[in-house]
Design a protein around this ligand. Structure first.
Ligand SMILES: Cc1cc2nc3c(=O)[nH]c(=O)nc-3n(C[C@H](O)[C@H](O)[C@H](O)COP(=O)(O)OP(=O)(O)OC[C@H]3O[C@@H](n4cnc5c(N)ncnc54)[C@H](O)[C@@H]3O)c2cc1C
Length: 341
């Protein structure tokens, strides 16, 4: 039988949310453990990792973008140094214009003060093979976050430092007491769930209105395309090294299982063909579930009835942008509530 272990915080789930929360706790020297088991459907291992503070369709800032974007930029750069690994690649998005888009962009730029964020003047110097009848405009301050490399290198760190417990947590094994929680042989002051879409099935969080979406994207090789930035028109085409790209992503509110579907493959290929008729070969069709609440806002909360139990979730389709700052906020909230840790 294992001897009882004590820690301040138990994190459940090492997706993007759990990883960044752990890093912030570490920076504040707050003792914690992470329980995680690889599960199909994990969003962070499916994500393309596009970080874009602008809603492309409407050309407006995403919610709290002015806070999230600069913070994400500095935190990922810092984390790259900490882990001695590259996974954050700042690069612009070039939006291929439709007929009246340039005019619309100029209007939106003036209305919302987006001068530093956008270059509206239509350019036409995209690589050969890309259809650009009306040219393209550029969104700056975007990036690609290689979430798998981030998660894997952080996992190596937490394994070496005995922070990771590779196990599956079942809600029924969590005992809640006045002074904290207990799971198996570990006693902690709090437990923070970061299980992404899996939390929507938890008895602790069934009172929330969940509206998860299944997403699919393609890993492809396009031998004749050399692209230093991300392209967008209906879908994004994101360079990930050599002649490899990610094309995505789709949204479905109802689904049978996690398997890739013919429908979504067709949808993505049709949209790609509007962008280009260059030949490509598909190496993988990836699926995952975006953890989303009905109001499409993130949740950072402690249960009213049991403040020993917390949730960091609802990152939806913009986890890469929002999670760094939100993880910091949650860590500050925890430190404020328990100044002794
Ligand atoms: C196809 C697709 C494309 C996307 N593209 C982008 C993008 O371009 N940009 C962007 O910012 N976001 C994107 N997203 C969204 C992004 O992936 C999410 O916002 C974010 O990764 C959610 O992270 P999370 O940590 O909350 O959840 P998850 O990544 O799902 O992590 C949950 C973790 O908990 C673990 N777990 C679950 N249950 C248990 C249990 N009982 N015991 C132990 N461990 C458990 C899982 O294995 C997993 O490791 C995309 C998502 C999908 C599906």
């Amino acid at each position: 039988m294992n001897k009882t272990e004590h820690t301040d915080i138990l994190i459940v789930g090492q997706g993007l949310a759990g990883t960044l929360l752990s890093y912030h706790l570490l920076k504040r020297k707050i003792a914690h453990k992470i329980i995680d088991i690889y599960k199909a459907g994990c969003a962070s291992r499916a994500a393309a990792g596009l970080i874009n503070p602008i809603v492309v369709k409407r050309i407006t800032r995403t919610w709290q973008a002015d806070i999230f974007q600069p913070y994400a930029h500095s935190l990922y750069s810092e984390l790259e140094q900490f882990l001695a690994k590259r996974f954050y690649y700042p690069m612009p998005i070039n939006k291929i214009y439709g007929k009246d888009d340039e005019q619309f962009w100029r209007h939106r730029m003036q209305k919302d003060g987006l001068e530093e964020q956008l270059s509206c003047e239509a350019k036409t110097d995209l690589p050969e093979g890309i259809h650009q009848p009306y040219g393209y405009g550029t969104i700056h301050r975007c990036a690609r976050l290689d979430m798998i490399t981030l998660l894997d290198s952080y996992r190596q760190f937490i394994t070496q430092n005995k922070i990771l417990i590779e196990d599956e947590l079942y809600d029924d094994d969590v005992l809640i007491a006045e002074e904290g929680v207990q799971w198996k042989h570990i006693k902690a002051g709090r437990i923070i769930f970061c299980r992404g879409s899996f939390d929507s099935k938890s008895r602790f969080f069934e009172h929330l209105k969940w509206n998860n979406t299944k997403g699919e994207l393609l890993d492809v090789e396009i031998p004749d395309l050399h692209l230093p930035s991300i392209l967008s028109k209906g879908v994004f085409v994101m360079p990930v090294g050599a002649n490899r790209f990610k094309i995505g992503a789709t949204y479905a509110h109802h689904w049978e299982d996690l398997a890739p579907t013919e429908d979504k493959l067709e949808e993505l290929m049709n949209k790609w063909q509007i962008i280009s008729d260059l030949p490509l070969s598909i190496t993988q069709q990836i699926t995952g579930i975006r953890p989303t609440l009905a109001d499409r806002r993130p949740v950072l909360s402690l249960l009213e009835k049991h403040p020993q139990v917390g949730l960091f979730n609802g990152l939806g389709s913009r986890g890469g942008l929002m999670a760094p700052y939100l993880a910091k906020q949650l860590t500050e909230q925890i430190s404020y509530l328990e100044p002794s840790i």
